[in-house]
Design a protein around this ligand. Structure first.
Ligand code: GLN
Length: 445
């Protein structure tokens, strides 16, 4: 039971099982994502042939694919809720991912699509449910829960850091399918950890019978006006989440192609594979997470505004400013025919600081505001919102092929900054709609 679970370094052993499982799952996902568009646009006649698609075609598929990867959290959550429980759904998702990434390592067009399909279903089963299981390791009100999620988030980014470098170098040196193959090996490791660690997860992620009449009575009550207000703010926060990822996810798409096609990547006579730049975000997450966390902590202690919506808006603005460096890069490209690497690094630095402001708080904000009745639907919608963001990111990337890089990067800079500012201006009425959900000392409502 949750009371007598074994611990290591002050956290339940189960956390480390989930940590390593998700580390390897993200290793496989981000390894694949780093190669995805680059592979699609690689010439069919080159030594290391891809599909020879145009940028526009590649970004269109990237948008659909990464959207579905996250939207499939809705069926994934449903299966966990109604049929299997979270723990078994993660297991099933992991199996689908092992198959998907392995199939992707084969060199044919049909296997490519089949692999993607399995990955979509696999992430939907694994990603949302493993995240919820982390919460399930801690009792309500356990102070260690936030730290638990923080540790888990580090695992995600260790995977996200290593994979684009290792898969990218293999893909460039030996061929794309070796890169995809390494992603598959990562996923197998994750699955082995998860299977081995089942003994430490006995008490979490099991299917809960919802037939209990007392629970049902609670759940059948109509929503109060406070709950209705909170749903309104929730919907707005979903919109912010969509907008955030719509800009941020240029990373694996347009910016990945930009690194490949328009950036001078030589250093000390060596050429860095474009996919390696996909590691920069995770590198900065790992190195800056505590700095940003400490900043907000001190900021709040001084009595400043520190609501989740405020942090999300600030995150969007900082991320938007990162696109200013991409505008500068495209000016340099127009003038000299190639742009320097540091523009990409600076852009990713700002994107990461933005992510560190916006992303962790958005998840906890949602769990605080969702009426119990809709808790799992709203969790599914959270991941789906990320998915819609990815789709819009693809569309924006596609539009850059006709509008021009400078126009699109500058457009994101201006429009997204304005959105952030408008949200900050509307903060007071928005916070009123939360009815103190974020204020621990205030009575409900
Ligand atoms: N890097 C995070 C992860 O992979 C962000 C995912 C997302 O919400 N798009 O978990």
């Amino acid at each position: 039971a949750i009371e007598n679970q074994k611990e290591l370094f002050g956290h339940p052993l189960g956390l480390y099982i989930l940590f390593f499982t998700e580390l390897w799952e993200r290793f496989s996902y981000y390894g694949m994502r780093a190669l995805f568009t680059l592979f699609l646009v690689a010439e069919t006649t080159s030594d290391n042939p891809g599909f020879g698609w145009t940028n526009e075609e590649a970004l269109a598929l990237y948008g659909w694919y990464t959207m579905l990867v996250y939207v499939s959290s809705i069926p994934g959550g449903w299966v966990a809720d109604k049929l299997l429980g979270q723990k078994k759904t993660v297991m099933l998702g992991g199996i689908l991912l092992c198959i998907g990434h392995s199939v992707l390592a084969f060199d044919s067009e049909i296997s490519f699509y089949i692999g993607c399909l399995f990955i979509i279903l696999g992430v939907g089963g694994l990603k949302p449910n493993i995240s919820s299981m982390v919460g399930g390791l801690y009792k309500q009100g356990d102070e260690r829960r936030d730290l638990g999620f923080y540790i888990f988030y580090m695992g995600i980014n260790i995977g996200g850091f290593l994979a684009p470098i290792l898969c990218g170098i293999l893909a460039q040196k030996y061929g794309w399918h070796y890169g995809f193959g390494l992603a598959a090996i990562g996923m197998f490791l994750g699955q082995v950890v998860y299977i081995w660690g089942q003994k430490h997860l006995k008490h979490v992620g099991n299917l809960i019978s919802r037939k209990n009449e007392a629970d049902k009575a609670i759940l059948d009550k109509p929503l109060t006006s406070i709950e209705k207000d909170r749903i309104k703010v929730l919907l707005l926060s979903f919109l912010l989440i969509i907008l955030f990822w719509a800009a941020f996810e240029q990373a694996g798409g347009l910016m990945n192609l930009y690194a490949q096609q328009k950036t001078d990547r030589t250093i000390f006579g060596m050429t860095i594979p474009a996919s390696v730049f996909q590691s920069v975000n995770s590198f900065f997450i790992i190195t800056l997470a505590t700095v940003v966390g400490r900043f907000w902590y001190k900021w709040k202690q001084k009595g400043n505004e520190a609501s989740s919506i405020f942090k999300m808006a600030v995150g969007i603005i900082i991320m938007a400013l990162g696109f200013g460096f991409m505008s500068a890069a495209s000016v340099q490209f127009e003038e000299t025919g190639s742009s320097a690497m540091y523009w990409l690094i600076l852009a990713y630095l700002f994107h990461t600081i933005g992510e560190l402001c916006a992303s962790p708080v958005s998840l906890s904000f949602i769990t605080k505001l969702a009426p119990l009745k809709y808790a799992s639907i709203i969790m599914g919608l959270y991941w789906a919102a990320t998915g819609f963001g990815n789709k819009i990111a693809g569309l924006i990337g596609e539009s850059a092929q006709s509008l021009g890089d400078f126009e699109v990067f500058t457009g994101i800079l201006v429009i997204w900054s304005l959105i952030g500012v408008v949200v900050i201006l509307l903060l007071k009425p928005l916070k009123r709609l939360t009815h103190g959900a974020e204020d621990a000392t205030m009575e409900e409502g």
